[in-house]
Write a protein that binds this ligand. Structure first.
Ligand SMILES: [Zn+2]
Length: 59
């Protein structure tokens, strides 16, 4: 049985930024790993490792 994980976490394939979905703020926030926020590079055009069809933000 495969685990179906909702896209509540995403990682950038370019700079290594890791976001997690904040249900209360309803936005992505930088995940904390090793005691520091995983923000990646500030000017990275992030390429997330989740499918492009899921977009909770209506931009
Ligand atoms: Zn990035």
């Amino acid at each position: 049985m495969a685990d179906i994980v909702p896209p509540e976490r995403r990682a950038c394939k370019r700079c290594g930024r890791i976001d997690k979905w904040d249900d209360e703020k309803e936005t992505w926030v930088a995940a904390v790993a090793g005691g520091s926020k995983q923000r990646g590079r500030p000017h990275c055009l992030h390429e997330w490792d989740i499918t492009g069809t899921y977009n909770p933000l209506s931009e």
